[in-house]
Design a binder for this molecule. Structure first.
Ligand SMILES: [Zn+2]
Length: 86
């Protein structure tokens, strides 16, 4: 029994979380239609599954994603770029 797969998906989720923190915007249609609900966070080019709003920004490139890789989300350690909680 190894935790490899779990670690992998944890890393994927962590990378997605970081992408959304950096590039995500709250869906304006969610805000308009459901102001009390949490809006969907859209990455560039994403479509909101709730109301079909499409983000018009250019999609993220592999380079944008690789940028995050430099921070090594696999290790889960806060880097110098995220000096929160110190
Ligand atoms: Zn929406």
């Amino acid at each position: 029994m190894t935790g490899d797969k779990g670690d992998f998906w944890h890393a994927v989720r962590e990378a997605t979380r970081q992408l959304k923190a950096k590039h995500g915007i709250p869906c304006p249609e969610c805000r308009r239609l459901h102001p009390k609900a949490d809006p969907t966070i859209l990455l560039p080019g994403d479509r909101c599954r709730v109301d079909g709003y499409r983000d018009r920004r250019a999609r993220l490139t592999q380079r944008d994603i690789a940028e995050l890789g430099k921070r090594d989300p696999l290790r889960g350690t806060p880097s110098a770029d995220f000096p929160e909680g110190e």
